[in-house]
Structures are given as structure tokens and as C-alpha cells.
Write a new protein. Structure first.
Length: 564
């Protein structure tokens, strides 16, 4: 172990020169010859060879030395039978001293992480121990390291001036990419600083993940996440939970994020339900401005997420939506006020104008991303053809629920991965229902991918009798409240053949509507028919009633889009 550690040290090191000098004397004394070494590094190599083979015989030592090219010069054979008591004593003393020296050296190097900063035993300068041989994401090399380190140094000095961190703070940098944030902390006097990362950078960065920190509860006074670490995390809720666990009450957590919209800030605060927002500001980053958020851990859980539960408190359980969400609705595409004569053409034209919520805000800090297709029909109808191909998901993996009562499409969904099929009808309560399936009499199954001729309006079995398909209906609003939370990003597409006029009021009544971030609703009304100059009797509602439904939802703070 000792020799392996020594072999890792550069030959130009002062330590190697000193060790080589001592080794030269020792080897000469042991071998009893006047060997000449080309440099001290060669002398140390000879020590390794002699030690590994445990050579006690002079002739073997010669052969090994010549084989490795270690020993050179003239070899003078000692007089036969000549012994020297003083020489033997010197050999023993030097041997013992070298072994003690190497043992001490190996201990220091091992405990210091291949370097040392011990005041009484160190071959390297303190500054070199902070030099991390890594490249940065902002250009790499020493120039990039220096630039990044100076940036972090400026950030931390501002935080010291504001009282969020002090020289006595036990500090942690979470999933640091380069370790330069840890170096900066140490250079400005915060000695008790450490970093964790899946890729270790000893001695300052140890192995660890943000979602599973290798520390006890209430360990740190200050924690920092730079390099958009929280933005990159696939498990932001677990990331926040670990910070809350290892941060001491009264300690500060500072995070740098590329997200600067108000929606994402509130989503971030919902993650840290044991922390209070101290401040949020934009600062100059290396390449562009970034947001710096400072949180302080409280002694008790604040429950930021519970503030959204108050969305149900107004009369009629209407959502009490914050101003920033209403601004997003104002930025949405305008509703189509005039009834389209050709809805499918209108959809094709209007879909290009839709302002999707993820195109306006960052959804990285949501606990989960969930898509619910109510009345999904076939996979290619909307999930495969629209949501997976066109909806801006920001590289997030959405949990997908397909709610479809028509048995003709159930088998197809069972073969699709990452899709949960609910083979029921979304309804206002749990009960058995009858459905009229809109198909041509000669066709047992509907063609896949077609958008019209789907399930007819729901009718309760208690007041309808007929030879129709019997399906189980379930309380969609109640299911939604038990499946998602206000910390999730929830998208709902609804195409239920007129049942929307039953489901939407129920969602509003129960407050479940407040859990939905974005909705796409196909509203069914008595459209003009292609065959004849009259309206269809299939649906009783008018386009004006559909328009009122959309307008009331937007007025209530729900970002809803017209679907056709």
C-alpha cells in the first residue's frame, strides 16, 4: 500500500527527491556497494524493487537492478569476509527510519485524499490542494475554472455580507459539477465546506446524490445548489425533502435557477414546505442572468402547498386564483367567438395559435407531470397523434391516464407502455350507466384514428331502459382529488360527447377544477350538418352555451382551450 501510494507522486515532487536521497543511502548500505543513481526517482524505484522481492542477496540485487535499468555506474566488490559493526548498525537505523517515514507519509496521503494540508507534514502547498483537475461546463480548462471560481466567490461574499453564511458555517454544495463552488467557499474563509456529486472530486467533493444525501438530520448551516442543479433534477420533490432534512432550523438554502417566471417560483416554494422565502432576485451569471433564491428553514412545516387548498374556500367553491395565473390566462389565445361552419378546418387552423402553458412557464419544479385523457378513444386519436408528438413537455416524463369506456379500444391500450387505462366512464358519481355507441350498424368496431362518431351522452340506468352497452361510471372529480395534488402539473383533455356539461360543474363544485393547470375541452353542440341545411339533433346545447362554458372557466382562473 505504501509503495503504491508513493508511486502515484510525480517524480519532480520535492517529496520524491527527499525520499530518493534517503533511499539511495539505504540501498547502498543494504547492498554493501557504491551504486550510482541517475536521479533520486530511480533510487526510489530501486527501493520498490528490493522491497517487493525482499532481496537479501547482493548478486540477485545486481541482476534486478540491471534488468530494470535502475542501477548504473561502477560496482566495487567488497573485500571478502570484511564486516563492519558500525555499518550494520547504520543499516538498521536507516531502515527503521525509512519505514516509519513511509508509513507516516502513506497515512497522511490516504487521509487527505492524495494530498495533504497538515502543518507539520506536507509536501504540497495549500493552494495546490484546492486545485481540482476538472473542466467546467463553461469552457473547461484552468481559465474556465478560474472564471467560475471567481463567480462563486463573488456570490458567497455577497451572502456573507447579508448574513446568510459565515466563516463558522458548516456548508454543503449539492451535486456540484466542477467543485469550484467548494473551492470558492474555502478560499474566502469558510473552512468547513464540502461538496457531494455522483462523480467524486477528492478531497473536496465526496460521493453523494441530492435525492439521497449521506448525512444525518440537521447537519448543515448553509446549503447551496448552483449549476441549475435543481432544474436538472428528475426528482425535485425528493431533492427538496433531503435539503429540508439535512439543513438545520434557522439555516439557509440558496439555489440558482434558470427559471425566472413567477409560476415556477411558486412551484419551487411549494416543494420546500419547511422553508420560508427570504428573497428572490436576478443576478448576472457567467453567460446570462439567473435567479437566486434564498430560503430559511423554519422549526415547523409551513405547508406552502396547503395555501392552494384555499382555492376552494370562496362561495360556490370557485377557485381563488393568484394574479400571476390570471396573467397567464390573459396571454392565452383568444376564444373563437363566431361559430365555425367547418369545425375540423377551424381546429387545424387554431391549433397553431394555441399558447400551451409549458411554452410560457417552467414546469421543472412540479412534483409530477400528469396527462389525463378523458374520453381517450383509440391511442392514435389524441395521445399518440397529438400529446406525445406536439405538446411541449420540456423533456419531462408525463404519467398518462386514458379514461375510455368503449371496450373496443381497451386491448390497444393494454399494449402501450407508461399508459394507465381506466376502462370506465367519467361521471358525477359512482353508478352503472348505459351508453349508446355511435357506429354504423354494419361495423362492430369503429375505425381507429377517426374523430367523430364516438360515445353518445351518458344516461343513468335508473331512468333509461334500452338494449345498450352497460358501463360502470365513476366520480371523476373525487378520483382526481385522490390522484393528483396541487404540487403536480396536471393537463386534462376532455372529449365526452356532451357529458362536459355535467362534469365541469361537478369539478367546480368540489374544487377539483383547481388542481388542473391546463384543459382542452371539445364542447359538443347542435352543429350544422353536411348532408342537409339543418342542425344536428344529436346534441341539445348551442355554440353560445359552449362559449359561455369556456368563458366561465377562464374567468374562474382555469387555462382552458377550445378543442374540436
Amino acid at each position: 500500500m505504501v509503495l503504491r501510494l508513493v508511486s502515484l507522486i510525480p517524480s519532480s515532487s520535492p517529496a520524491i527527491k527527499w525520499l530518493g536521497f534517503v533511499t539511495a543511502i539505504w540501498v547502498q548500505a543494504v547492498a554493501g556497494n557504491n551504486y550510482t543513481f541517475s536521479n533520486y526517482s530511480d533510487a526510489l524505484k530501486s527501493l520498490m524493487v528490493l522491497s517487493q522481492l525482499q532481496l537479501n542477496n547482493l548478486s540477485v540485487a545486481k541482476d534486478v537492478g540491471k534488468a530494470f535499468g535502475i542501477l548504473s555506474g561502477n560496482i566495487m566488490e567488497p573485500p571478502v569476509g570484511k564486516t563492519n559493526l558500525l555499518s550494520n548498525i547504520l543499516v538498521r537505523v536507516l531502515s527503521f527510519g525509512v519505514l516509519v517515514f513511509l508509513a507516516r507519509f502513506a497515512y497522511v496521503v490516504t487521509t487527505r485524499g492524495n494530498s495533504c494540508d497538515s502543518g507539520d507534514f506536507c509536501f504540497f502547498s495549500s493552494s495546490s490542494s484546492l486545485r481540482l483537475r476538472t473542466s467546467t461546463v463553461h469552457g473547461g480548462g484552468r481559465g474556465g475554472d478560474s472564471r467560475l471560481r471567481n463567480f462563486y466567490s463573488s456570490v458567497f461574499q455577497d451572502l456573507i455580507a447579508e448574513g446568510y453564511v459565515s466563516p463558522h458555517s458548516k456548508s454543503l454544495c449539492i451535486e456540484t459539477l466542477t467543485g469550484q463552488d467548494v473551492v470558492a467557499l474555502k478560499e474566502i474563509g469558510i473552512a468547513d465546506s464540502l461538496g457531494i456529486s455522483p462523480k467524486t472530486l477528492p478531497p473536496l467533493v465526496i460521493s453523494g446524490r441530492a435525492v439521497r444525501q449521506p448525512f444525518d438530520n440537521n447537519t448543515f448551516d448553509f446549503e447551496f445548489s448552483g449549476d441549475a442543479g435543481l432544474d436538472r433534477s428528475p426528482q425535485p420533490a425528493q431533492f427538496a425533502s433531503e435539503v429540508s432534512r439535512t439543513l438545520k432550523p434557522g439555516g439557509f438554502f440558496v439555489v440558482h435557477t434558470a427559471s425566472k417566471d413567477v409560476y415556477s417560483l411558486n412551484s419551487l416554494l411549494d416543494l420546500f414546505n419547511s422553508c420560508r422565502l427570504i428573497r428572490s432576485r436576478d443576478i448576472d451569471g457567467l453567460d446570462s442572468s439567473i435567479r437566486e433564491v434564498v430560503l430559511m428553514k423554519e422549526k415547523q412545516i409551513l405547508g406552502h402547498g396547503e395555501r392552494n387548498q384555499s382555492l376552494y374556500r370562496n362561495s360556490g367553491n370557485k377557485c381563488s386564483v393568484p394574479g400571476y395565473k390570471r396573467e397567464l390566462i390573459q396571454n392565452a389565445e383568444p376564444l373563437i367567438l363566431e361559430e365555425p361552419l367547418k369545425p375540423w378546418i377551424t381546429l387545424k387552423r387554431n391549433i397553431k395559435n394555441i399558447r400551451y402553458l409549458p411554452s410560457m412557464v417552467d414546469i421543472s419544479f412540479k412534483h409530477r407531470q400528469v396527462y389525463i385523457d378523458v374520453g381517450a378513444r383509440s391511442y392514435g386519436s389524441s395521445i399518440g397523434s397529438w400529446f406525445r408528438k406536439q405538446y411541449p413537455k420540456q423533456n419531462k416524463t408525463f404519467e398518462i391516464y386514458a379514461i375510455e369506456a368503449d371496450k373496443a379500444f381497451h386491448e390497444e391500450f393494454r399494449t402501450k407502455k407508461r399508459i394507465t387505462l381506466l376502462p370506465y366512464a367519467a361521471w358525477v358519481r359512482n353508478e352503472t350507466l348505459f351508453f349508446e355507441i355511435s357506429r354504423e350498424p354494419s361495423k362492430k368496431h369503429e375505425e381507429k384514428g377517426r374523430g367523430m362518431g364516438r360515445i353518445q351522452a351518458v344516461q343513468s340506468s335508473s331512468n333509461f331502459v334500452g338494449d345498450l352497452d352497460k358501463i360502470q361510471g365513476f366520480d371523476f372529480a373525487n378520483w382526481l382529488k385522490n390522484t393528483v395534488s396541487d404540487r403536480d402539473f396536471v393537463v386534462v383533455k376532455m372529449d365526452v360527447e356532451g357529458t362536459e356539461f355535467h362534469l365541469i360543474p361537478r369539478l367546480v363544485e368540489t374544487g377539483a377544477i383547481c388542481l388542473i393547470d391546463e384543459m382542452f375541452i371539445e364542447c359538443h353542440y347542435n352543429r350544422w350538418q353536411r348532408c342537409c341545411p339543418e342542425r344536428s339533433s344529436k346534441y341539445q346545447k348551442t355554440y353560445t352555451q359552449c362559449l359561455n362554458l369556456f368563458s366561465s372557466l377562464r374567468d374562474s382562473g382555469v387555462l382552458v382551450h377550445q378543442w374540436w
